[in-house]
Design a protein around this ligand. Sequence first.
Ligand code: SAM
Ligand code: SF4
Length: 322
Amino acid sequence: MLQTHGRRVDHLRLSVTDRCGLRCVYCMPFGEPPHAPREEILSFEEMATVVRRLHDEYGLTRVRITGGEPLVRPQLHRLIAQLDRIGLEEISMTTNGQVLARSMDALREAGLSRLNISLDSLDPDRYRRTTGGDLTRTLEGIEAADRSGLRPLKINTVVLRGENEEEIEDLTSWALERGYEIRFLELMAIGCVQDVHANLFVPTREVRERLGRSFALEPLEGEPGAPARIWSAKRDGVEGTVGFISPETEPFCTSCRRLRLTAKGKFLGCIMHDDGPDIRPALRAPGGFDPDAFDAAVRQAVGSKPIDRVYVSWGHMMSIGG
Ligand code: SAM
Ligand code: SF4
């Protein structure tokens, strides 16, 4: 079992691509960073090799697939099927939902356990303005995920000043009425978002206060190591769970159990790190897989996990894997 500063490190954020069809203002406000050439990106087989060794040798229990947008990677269900054979407790994915509807059945059949879908607005114009995407397609993706029966179904909403902050109550009602858990995320100052961060940032305290004026909110016991603080929310006979992810004002670094693997094969100990040990030499060694090089990279990444919050990163969320 991997441990650092007394905490287990048994969850992996696996970024399968640094590409995305959307242009969210908080992820790449000034356009897309240069993509890595395809040969630099790990193959599904290489990703599965990493996950298998982390599971077999280091006690990895959960994998969350992310990116970029994971579903721009063709045949993603094939990776999930490979991961499913490893014996993990959970394989989840975060997606913008734009092309989810057409692949939902294949993903579930391959072994996907559950989904987080990003949805910042129920207003088509605002959705297009802040993400560059088509709201209808994401809603169709959410409906497909709902029909698939995977639970819990979580909605991720990054709260932005002057934009969707006025939709906090509507988004919450919409989610609770359908039985989804909505999670409000604080904007993180990653990469070029730093230039617009002060103007767009809304602290969780404000979101909770605003929600508390129309919903009865009660704190719930959260899962150890989970980033979200969970509350029950109730209004007009509708009841459910709301999460708050507050990396800026209520950091959860001391209990963070995550290791990250970028699409280019860099292990990162923290989302605020923009570089880390490269796993590709171990995977692509001339004589075949090199376990010693692999283990050294894992130890270096786990050892790099900070205890205190790092507040500024010049990395790109797209390349780090959100
Ligand atoms: N493309 C997928 C999506 O949007 O769901 C997965 C990758 S995205 C980087 C993962 C999550 O990070 C999304 O929920 C997105 O809203 C969130 N995110 C991106 N940039 C962020 C930032 N600067 N601060 C907080 N959350 C951010
Ligand atoms: Fe794409 Fe997700 Fe970044 Fe938006 S947050 S630009 S959907 S990777």
